[in-house]
Design a protein around this ligand. Structure first.
Ligand SMILES: Cc1cc2nc3c(=O)[nH]c(=O)nc-3n(C[C@H](O)[C@H](O)[C@H](O)COP(=O)(O)OP(=O)(O)OC[C@H]3O[C@@H](n4cnc5c(N)ncnc54)[C@H](O)[C@@H]3O)c2cc1C
Length: 422
C-alpha cells in the first residue's frame, strides 16, 4: 500500500468531502446502513464525514433536539460577550447537502443480534454499523444532596442551553457583594480547563457590573489543568476576586444543601448567593444502558477504529469514550469522529484503510482579549492512545500574543462549527 504524508491525507479527505468522490454503488447493490446516535459534536461530525466519504453508505442521524447549542463559548455567553443564539446550530445542511436522514427522536436501545436500533417514537432502524456519541451523564449518586431536580435551582450549566440561561439569569439578579460558589468536579470530566475559564469570565462580568462580588471555587481536586496560566491571569485581571480551595484544604466536598444554597465540605460550610455545581461525570445514559461502559464509567474502544471493546459493530466517539490520553473536548470528539468515519467506510466499502490522525486544540479565555491555547497530537500505541506532541501557551507571553490568540479563537469557532454541522 502506498503511504501518504499527512498533508496529502488532509487534501484527499477534503477533496472527497467536497466532490463526493467516495466509492460508488454498482447497479442493484443495497447501500450499507450506518445509524449515528446523538447529534452533538462527535455524532454530527461522524455523520457528515461518513455521508461525504462514500455514496454507498446510507447515514441516519438520530438526535432529540432540533438545534444544538455548543458548550464551547458558553462561558462567553455567561460573561455577556455573545448571545446563546449565536452558539446554536441546526441540522439542515447535514440533511440537504450531505443527504443524511436526520431524525429528531431518542434512541432507546441497540439490539446487536437483530442489528436494529429502537426509537422512542418511531420504527426500529436496521444497521450495519452504529456510531454512538451520547456525550456525558452526571453521576448524582456521588454528590449527596444534589440531583436532577436540584439543577432547576442550582444549575450545573455543563450542557449548554436552558441550564446556561438559568445560571446567567441568576448572575444578573445577584446583588453586588455576593459570593458565587463554583464546585469543580473530579477527573475525568468534560473540558478540563472549562470550570476555571468560567470563573475567569464570571469575574470579568462582576468587574464590569458587580465589582464587590467574589468567586469561590471549591475543587474536588488538588490541582487543575493549566493552573499556572489561570493563577497568573487571576492575579493580573481579577486580584482578590477569585479564591480557589483545593480538596486538601477543605477535606473535599461532602454535600449540597439546595434550600440553603450552601456547600458542605469536611472542614466548613460555604453559603452562596449564586451556586454552580458541576457534578462528577460518566458516559451518557444511552451508553450505560446498552452495555458499552466498563467499571470506569466510560466506554472502552479500539484506539484505531473507535469500535467498542464490549459490543462489536458499535463505535463510540466523543466524551463518552475512554480514549487514553485524549481529553474530553469538542475538538477531540470531532477528530475521533473523523477517524471512526474513515474506519467504518473502509470496513463497509472497497476504500483503503487509513491510519487515524488524532488531534486536540483548545482555546481558553482569561478575559475577552486574553486567551491561551494548547495543541496536542496523539497516536494509537500499546492498545490505547498516547500523546506524541504538545504545544501549550506560556505564562510570560506578551499582551499582543494573547490578543492574537483570542482573535484566533473566534475564527476557530466559526471554522470548527462549519466543519461539524456543514
Ligand atoms: C463550559 C464548557 C466549555 C467548553 N469549552 C470547550 C472548548 O473551548 N473547546 C473544546 O474543544 N471543547 C469544549 N468543551 C467540551 C465540549 O463541549 C464537549 O467535549 C463536546 O460537546 C463533546 O461532544 P459529544 O458529541 O461527545 O457530546 P455532546 O456534544 O454533548 O453531544 C451529545 C448528543 O447526544 C444526544 N443524545 C444523548 N442521548 C441520546 C439518545 N439516546 N438518542 C439520541 N441522541 C442522544 C444529546 O442530545 C446531544 O446532542 C466545553 C464544555 C463545557 C461544558
Amino acid at each position: 500500500m502506498k503511504s501518504r504524508t499527512r498533508r496529502e491525507f488532509g487534501c484527499l479527505t477534503g477533496a472527497m468531502v467536497l466532490a463526493g468522490l467516495g466509492p460508488r454503488l454498482a447497479a442493484g447493490e443495497a447501500k450499507a446502513k450506518v445509524v449515528v446516535v446523538g447529534g452533538g459534536i462527535g455524532g454530527a461530525t461522524a455523520a457528515k464525514y461518513l455521508a461525504a466519504s462514500a455514496r454507498t453508505i446510507e447515514v441516519t442521524l438520530v438526535e432529540p433536539k432540533p438545534r444544538y447549542t455548543t458548550c464551547f463559548f458558553s462561558n462567553l455567553y455567561l460573561a455577556g460577550l455573545c448571545s446563546l443564539e449565536s452558539l446554536t446550530h441546526g441540522y439542515e445542511t447535514l440533511a440537504q447537502r450531505y443527504g443524511i436522514n436526520v431524525i429528531h427522536d431518542s434512541v432507546t436501545a441497540v439490539d446487536p443480534v437483530g442489528k436494529t436500533v429502537g426509537l422512542k417514537n418511531g420504527p426500529k432502524l436496521p444497521y450495519d454499523r452504529v456510531v454512538v456519541a451520547p456525550g456525558i451523564a452526571f453521576n448524582y449518586e456521588a454528590l449527596a444532596g444534589y440531583d436532577e431536580a436540584a439543577t432547576q435551582i442550582i444549575p450545573h450549566a455543563w450542557n449548554a442551553g436552558p441550564q446556561t440561561q438559568l445560571l446567567r439569569r441568576q448572575l444578573e439578579n445577584m446583588e453586588d457583594g455576593g459570593v458565587f460558589v463554583l464546585v469543580a468536579p473530579p477527573n475525568p470530566f468534560r473540558c478540563p480547563p472549562a470550570p476555571y475559564e468560567r470563573a475567569s469570565l464570571v469575574a470579568y462580568y462582576f468587574k464590569q457590573h458587580k465589582p464587590h462580588s467574589r468567586i469561590l471555587i471549591l475543587d474536588a481536586k488538588d490541582s487543575f489543568n493549566a493552573q499556572d496560566l489561570f493563577l497568573d491571569a487571576w492575579e493580573r485581571h481579577y486580584r482578590g476576586m477569585i479564591e480557589w480551595l483545593p480538596a486538601q484544604f477543605t477535606g473535599g466536598i461532602k454535600a449540597i444543601d439546595v434550600k440553603e444554597r450552601s456547600v458542605k465540605t469536611a472542614s466548613e460550610t460555604f453559603k452562596a448567593a449564586v451556586a454552580n455545581i458541576i457534578p462528577p461525570q460518566m458516559a451518557g445514559q444511552f451508553a450505560q444502558q446498552n452495555g458499552l461502559v466498563d467499571q470506569s464509567g466510560w466506554c472502552p474502544i479500539d484506539p484505531i477504529t473507535f469500535e467498542s471493546k464490549l459490543q462489536p459493530g458499535i463505535h463510540v466517539v466523543g466524551d463518552a469514550s475512554s480514549a487514553g490520553d485524549m481529553p474530553k473536548s469538542a475538538f477531540v470528539a470531532n477528530s475521533q469522529a473523523k477517524a471512526c468515519a474513515f474506519a467504518i467506510t473502509a470496513a463497509l466499502t472497497t476504500s483503503e484503510r487509513q491510519p487515524p490522525h488524532l488531534f486536540n486544540t483548545c482555546y481558553t479565555f482569561l478575559s475577552p482579549d486574553d486567551a491561551v491555547s494548547n495543541a496536542v497530537s496523539f497516536k494509537p500505541a500499546a492498545g490505547t492512545i498516547k500523546i506524541i506532541d504538545n504545544f501549550v501557551s506560556q505564562v510570560q507571553e506578551s499582551v499582543e500574543t494573547r490578543h492574537r490568540t483570542a482573535r484566533e479563537a473566534q475564527s476557530w469557532y466559526a471554522a470548527f462549527t462549519r466543519d461539524t454541522f456543514g
